[in-house]
Design a protein around this ligand. Structure first.
Ligand code: APR
Length: 236
């Protein structure tokens, strides 16, 4: 892996698993217990906003009660050490929790949005999710009632900041995926884009992901130990 200067890190639900937040596709995962088509699509929200808002409020409360784990902390340390070498760690997460930020990561690109933010579907304003957000809530920006939704990306919607992500991927000299099953695009395609650009790739996961064969290197085990070890091997 040499001495990388620009590391692109893609994280998924597995990086927050040891903080007590559920993953989606593991046994007993969120989508094994809840139907994404009834809770994570624009149509579901239009049909039954109360149920959708309750589902995301329940997940939000879980995030608020959770704490970052050693995997989140290792990324903060690596970000700082890489910057000291004149390098840059680009952190792109599929997660909607704020554990990377609470661990101290300074720039986090949330391609699937953020659970702790609400968006008004009337004016588009994004504001912090308040505890009492429900179908009768008024937008703090425009005052419109009943148009507030979680600022997360639902199935069938476009992920966020894709241009920024693609630019960072093209400039990277190492691509690392941590705690993601490689089941959802475009994130699942990034390892192949990296390979096409001759960028070395490594997967850090509890077990081989759907994309395992696309990676040059892999470290299997819990992210809280496998990720710090991997970064330490890079002097980070
Ligand atoms: N350490 C490392 N990896 C882990 C751990 C752990 N402690 N626990 C679970 N994993 C791995 C699992 O083996 C699995 O490969 O994390 C991965 C989690 O995969 P998913 O549950 O599919 O989560 P993710 O890949 O982030 O899902 C992508 O799907 O529904 C959408 O928007 C949702 O962002 C999410 C996207």
């Amino acid at each position: 892996m040499g001495d990388p200067k620009k590391i692109f890190v893609l994280t998924g639900a597995g990086v927050s698993a040891e903080s007590g937040l559920g993953t989606f596709r593991d046994r007993g995962g969120i989508w094994a217990r809840f139907d994404p088509m009834r809770l994570a699509t624009p149509e579901a929200y239009a049909a039954d906003p109360d149920t959708v808002l309750d589902f995301y409020d329940h997940r939000r409360r879980g995030v608020v009660a959770a704490e970052p784990n050693a995997a989140h902390v290792a990324l903060v340390r690596a970000e700082t050490r890489l910057a000291a070498r004149g390098g840059h760690l680009f952190l792109c997460t599929q997660n909607v929790d704020d554990l990377h930020e609470r661990a101290g990561s300074r720039t986090v690109v949330h391609m699937h949005g953020e659970l702790l933010k609400a968006r008004c579907t009337a004016c588009g304003a994004v504001t912090p999710w308040r505890d009492d957000l429900n179908r009768t809530s008024a937008c703090p920006a425009c005052g419109t009632v009943g148009r507030m939704r979680p600022d997360v990306v639902w199935f069938g919607e476009m992920p966020m900041q894709l241009d920024t992500i693609e630019d960072a991927l093209a400039a990277a000299d190492l691509f690392v995926a941590v705690g993601t099953s490689g089941a959802v695009y475009p994130a699942a395609g990034y390892v192949r884009q990296a390979r096409a650009l001759n960028i070395p790739t490594c997967e850090i996961n509890l077990e081989p992901s759907d994309n395992a064969e696309a990676f040059d290197d892999a470290r299997y085990g819990p992210a809280s130990t496998a990720l710090p070890r991997f970064l330490a091997d890079l002097g980070l």
